[in-house]
Write a protein that binds this ligand. Structure first.
Ligand SMILES: Nc1nc2c(c(=O)[nH]1)N[C@H]1C(S)=C(S)[C@@H](COP(=O)(O)O)O[C@H]1N2
Ligand SMILES: [Mo]
Length: 557
């Protein structure tokens, strides 16, 4: 006899999938926070981002940055990471929903009805042998296998080994599958709602009631889990620390006569505020104990260095450095200044002695990122250094702990973080972003930005003798800034005053004390490089060689 109560279909399945996948993600998140296990939604996102063709990825990033700027996000690099994480998690919820929906349809087609339901038979666990449960397990397995392979290939945050990671992914996804199967068998026993059955039923609310209860349990679990997870996060953050160099020392230009206008960005970016850009949803976690820098390839003396070895065996050098991302739009926030400490790469090459045929060094990172630098450049420029500290403290995890390189005058894309090996090779080679269509040289363009126009003071300005300070930064890689000029509306370019910079490779803070004139105004800034070369005024987009063009600010009185 055929039971007229249909087993649940796609919509109920998709809903069940959402309700069960969200707390599952919380479990994965907790496991990654507590046990250092991989968090697969981010792994899958990173893998997709690395596998998709370069132009598509660039388009995606450009769209995201433009979108974030339009909505007025103050910290683009932070907001971009958050957006990526939201996409990653939404993607996993959608996958869980779709898979569960498909499973429910398959079970429906296969004629699985309440007759299969163990709840009629009485035994609590008998459902494990039901077709619902086997289908759920199978669905879990089908998702787990590719996810597992992807995670093992890209994960750089887990502190557990590959065997534990694989076991965890398999077991957790199978657990999710069992829950899906269980929900299906419960929904099969419950009478369908009136809408699903297409007719009035004696107990129309049973199926709906089950889903509501399941949703409630899922929401409660998610809230509690998320609260626990955020607690964990703050504990981890509080654990790191130490006294930074800038807490104890004045900046080298402390007695400079030109003072920044209030509202100008910090001359030395606080380390937690330094912009962050990389190909990882979450930064790679490298344990110092298991890490060493391997140098090999065409060298006479292949060598491995521990971090302690690099610190002890080489005289450290300290440099104030402004780094910028090639994706930074005019006046964007993807540029920061810090005090970098490390070892000149040249000193290290003297130890390993590249052979005569070697022309370049291929630098490879734990996340698969890579770039090359010319050996002649390294030998000619002592500023090219392997960096292990910022502001007197070990590099933050997100900025490349334990080791990153600095190459003057180049955008960040030429400068790998989280370095694990260096190989001397014959001939140049395209780096990670170069193969994806970005500029091979990636030389920093000169740029100047208005950070602030003292509008507050303008409001108070009563007469034409009032001085309104305007201020900002100018930067030209390692080529220095010799002059900054400001133009009001269509007037003449007028010289701004330059503050002595922290070093020849940092931005320069400038100020222009403008004599107030009533009305709406447009302020434009431009700069000149150390040798007098003017900043490029022609507007060009960030891709492929970095943005050019002038920055202007409008005020309305
Ligand atoms: N290993 C690795 N290094 C990397 C990247 C990356 O994705 N992986 N991104 C590069 C880019 S594009 C930039 S702009 C800088 C940013 O450094 P920051 O995050 O410390 O500011 O790191 C560079 N080094
Ligand atoms: Mo970048």
């Amino acid at each position: 006899m055929v039971d007229d109560r249909r087993s649940p279909g796609f919509f109920t399945g998709a809903l069940t999938g959402v309700v069960l996948t969200i707390p599952f993600i919380v479990v994965l998140w907790l496991a990654s926070g507590l046990a250092g296990l991989p968090f697969v939604p981010f792994d899958v996102f990173d893998w997709v981002a690395r596998t998709l063709p370069g132009p598509l990825i660039t388009f995606g990033i450009d769209t995201m940055v433009a979108g974030l700027r339009t909505v007025g996000a103050a910290d683009i690099s932070q907001a971009a990471k958050t957006a990526e994480q939201i996409v990653a998690i939404t993607g996993m919820v959608a996958t869980g929903a779709a898979a569960t929906g498909v499973l429910f349809v398959a079970l429906q087609r296969a004629g699985v009805r309440n007759a299969d339901s163990p709840f009629r038979a009485g035994s609590r666990w008998a459902f494990l042998r039901s077709r619902s449960s086997i289908g759920g397990l199978f669905t879990g397995l089908v998702i787990a296998v590719p996810v597992l392979l992807i995670s093992l290939s890209v994960n750089v945050t887990a502190s557990t080994g590959p065997v534990a990671d694989a076991a965890w992914i398999l077991v957790s996804f199978l657990g999710w599958g069992v829950l899906v199967g269980w929900a299906h068998s419960r929904l099969g026993t419950a009478a369908p709602t009136a809408t699903e059955a297409g007719e009035a039923s004696a107990v129309p609310l049973d199926r709906r009631r089950f889903l509501v209860r399941l949703g409630g349990a899922s929401a409660a679990f998610t809230v509690v889990g998320a609260a626990v997870a955020s607690r964990l996060g703050s504990v981890v953050r509080a654990a790191s620390g130490g006294t930074s160099w800038s807490d104890l020392n004045p900046l080298p230009n402390a007695d400079a006569t030109v003072l920044p206008v209030a509202g100008t960005r910090a001359e030395l970016t606080p380390v937690p505020d330094h912009y962050r850009i990389d190909i990882n949803t979450r930064p790679p976690v490298v344990e110092e104990a298991g890490w060493s820098l391997r140098i090999g390839g065409l060298v006479e003396q292949p060598t491995e260095f521990t971090l302690a070895g690099l610190r002890a065996e080489f005289e450290p050098i300290h440099q104030f450095i402004t780094l910028a991302c090639i994706s930074n739009p005019i006046a964007g926030s993807l540029t920061s200044t810090q005090r970098w400490t490390g070892v000149p790469l040249r000193s290290i090459l003297e130890r390993v002695r590249p052979s005569g045929t070697a022309s370049h060094l291929r630098i490879t990172s734990v996340d698969g990122f890579h770039e090359v630098v010319g050996i002649d450049d390294v030998l000619a420029d002592e500023r090219i250094m392997l960096t292990y500290a910022w502001d007197g403290l070990p590099l933050p995890v997100r900025n490349g702990f334990p080791l990153r390189i600095y190459i003057p005058d180049r955008y960040g894309m030429k400068q790998p973080k989280w370095i694990e090996s260096i190989e001397a090779i014959e001939g140049p080679e395209d780096g990670y972003w170069v193969t994806r269509g970005w500029d091979r040289e990636a030389r920093m363009n000169a740029t100047s930005v208005i950070d602030t126009v003292g509008v507050d003071m303008m409001i108070a300005a009563a007469d034409t003798d009032t001085i309104i300070p305007i201020g900002g930064i100018a930067h030209a890689g390692a080529r220095g800034v010799s002059r900054v000029e400001v133009r009001i509306d269509d007037g003449e370019w007028q010289p701004a005053r330059l503050r002595e910079p922290l070093s020849g490779t940092t931005w320069v803070i400038w100020r222009f004390d403008w004599t107030f004139r009533e009305g709406d105004h447009t302020f434009t800034v431009r700069c000149f490089e150390g040798d007098g070369t003017p900043q490029i005024e022609r507007r060009s987009p960030v891709r492929p060689s970095g943005a050019t063009g002038l920055h202007a600010e409008q005020t309305m009185m």
